[in-house]
Design a protein around this ligand. Structure first.
Ligand code: FAD
Ligand code: SIN
Length: 527
């Protein structure tokens, strides 16, 4: 039997929770479908903090400028202005709702991260900012009786009728069967796709499902080639790549090669606080030069008391691996971390499919351009989560229950607690993405990757597996199209930035060839 509600939100990270609260404030019924436990998301693991203009020596122009510089010419300036202006408003609201950011002498404490011209990063419990944001938002959402949170509800496809998104198909965790739910509008907040890569800082839920679902529903995808690799993931054999926050370098951490030499000076005058893409590539170059699989993060100039208090989660996790962050050199290497590209939206989360909105890492609002400034993504989820909720209410679509016309195959139930992607497919795609569509790419590697993905597609794939491979293809296709290097996208065969031919966004749409956006500021009118 089909279900109905007023609004469906898919995902319960910062964007999904904030969107749900906005929707519920009007009295609407909101159903939040989420793949795992309510608090399992990229948001939950965010460490460094959230960037916001609140300190006395900061202002909106400076935060905008830092964001635009990091974005390497591809930011949508209106989106950046919106992020910074609304960001301050929504962070103040979070504080009113009871979030506990760290303070010094009663005043908010700000830390430094790469490519920020001011100390403007708020953090919570030292290095558990995301966990505190999720705690505060779930507590706030629980006050709204109309929000129904459905955990372990893996969504596989969107239902589209007459060009409008009217519902979704998901795997019902209680019935252990595919089910449809219809609503006036659907807000995609499914987060990023770090799990496409062999080495990632992202938790297992981050398989990019929402991007693929939107693509199959006919939505435009923008800038998929821009993937951010975080420079300093803890590299312990056979262990997940636990993040060692950029804030550690912000507090004075130094990168050293296996000979103990500080090497960042050979690559960039900003040293360890150069933008992430530069630090990641410098680490790769250094690893190649010295024939190693990692470099080292050195925090030994800082006292153990300070480090234990400032980075308690990192301190404990490293201890678990027999590392004392105050005394030992910490083995690190880059890992996939964040998707700048995604479902193309306007400033209010509207995608190019009526009734479908997207917010947070799944979306491409134009805020990040070719490279995201550190700690801007929690802010983006908060701002555009709220804005997309408000837009969905304002657009006021009728509820319509109808048959699926999107041509999506029916979902097939596997283990409803898993993400439904076949283990063999996942393993193969992750390796190909890491080896051929990774930090350094070229025409040959990308063509070979695409060939492999086409081969995988020939096997009889379930919906989730098909979504996963499709997303890998979208990234490889746009990486092949962009014959230049910019931000998170580095082509060894085109190492220079080329503003003449590529000062534009890549756009992909089902059944159409990849194309370039007409303008850089690409927000749209209501569809
Ligand atoms: P997420 O928080 O990832 O939430 C996505 C939700 O969608 C989850 O609930 C997931 O279960 C659900 N979902 C996914 N697929 C499906 C499906 N098919 N069906 C149903 N539900 C689904 N950013 C910062 O600004 N500051 C930081 O300090 C910072 N640190 C980070 C540290 C780590 C280790 C990581 C991984 C990321 C960090 N980031 C940081 C990035 C930031 O955390 C994310 O970009 C941001 O939290 C994304 O929020 P979101 O709401 O868009 O998605
Ligand atoms: C970190 O703490 O280094 C992650 C910050 C981010 O991804 O913005």
């Amino acid at each position: 039997m089909s279900l109905e509600t007023d609004y469906i939100v898919i995902g319960s990270g910062v964007a999904g929770l904030r969107a749900s609260i906005e929707l519920a404030r009007t009295g609407a019924r909101v159903t939040v479908l989420t793949k795992d436990k309510a608090n399992e998301s990229n948001t939950e693991y965010a460490q460094g903090g959230v960037a916001v203009v609140l300190s006395d020596d900061d202002n909106a122009e400076l935060h905008e400028e830092d964001t635009l510089i990091a974005g390497a010419g591809l930011c949508d300036t209106k989106a950046v202005e919106t992020l910074v202006a609304d960001g301050t408003k929504y962070i103040k609201q979070l504080i009113e709702w009871g979030i506990e950011f760290d303070r010094e002498g009663g005043k908010l404490a700000f830390t430094q991260e790469a490519a920020h011209s001011r100390r403007r990063i708020l953090h919570a419990h030292g290095d558990s900012t995301g966990k505190e944001i999720v705690r505060a938002l779930i507590a706030r959402a629980r006050q709204e009786k109309q929000i129904v949170l459905m955990p372990f509800a893996n969504t596989e496809s969107l239902i589209v009728a007459d060009g409008r998104c009217v519902g979704v198909r998901f795997l019902d965790p209680i019935l252990r069967a595919p089910r449809e739910i219809f609503a006036r509008a659907v807000i995609l907040c499914t987060g990023g796709a770090g799990q496409l890569y062999l080495h990632t800082t992202n938790p297992p839920v981050a398989t990019g499902d929402g991007m693929a679902m939107a693509y199959f529903a006919g939505a435009e995808m923008a800038d998929m080639e821009f993937v951010q690799f975080h420079p300093t993931a803890l590299n312990i054999e056979n262990a997940p790549r636990f993040l060692l926050s950029e804030a550690m370098r912000g507090e004075g951490g130094i990168l050293r090669n296996k000979l103990g030499e500080r090497f960042m000076g050979n690559y960039d005058e900003r040293l360890e606080l150069a933008p992430r893409d530069i630090v990641s590539r410098s680490i790769v170059a250094e690893m190649r030069k010295t024939g190693t699989r990692n470099v080292f993060l050195d925090m030994t100039d800082l006292s153990e008391d300070f480090l234990r208090e400032r980075f308690p989660k990192i301190y404990e996790t490293c201890k678990f691996y027999d590392l004392n962050i105050a005394a030992d050199l910490l083995p690190v290497s880059p890992a996939s971390h964040y998707c700048m590209g995604g479902v193309r939206t306007d400033l209010d989360g509207r995608t190019t499919v009526a009734g479908l909105y997207a917010a947070g890492e799944v979306s491409c609002t134009g805020v990040h351009g070719a490279n995201r400034l550190a700690s801007n993504s929690l802010l983006e989820g908060l701002v555009f989560g709220a804005r997309s909720g408000a837009a969905a209410i304002a657009d006021n679509y009728e509820l319509r229950m109808t048959n699926d016309e999107s041509g999506n195959p029916k979902s097939e139930i596997q283990n409803p607690k898993s993400d439904g992607i076949s283990t063999a497919v996942k393993k193969r795609v992750k390796r190909v993405m890491w080896e051929r569509v990774g930090i350094l790419r070229d025409k040959d590697s990308l063509k070979r990757a695409l060939k492999e993905f086409e081969q995988i597609e020939k096997s009889n794939l379930g919906t989730s597996s098909r979504n996963f491979v499709t997303l890998a293809k979208l990234i490889a296709t746009s990486a092949l199209w962009r014959e230049e290097s910019r931000g998170g996208h580095f082509r060894t065969d085109f190492p220079e930035r080329n503003d003449v031919n590529f000062h534009k966004h890549s756009i992909q749409k089902i059944d159409e060839k990849i194309s370039a956006s007409e303008k850089i500021n690409f927000y749209m009118k209501k569809s």
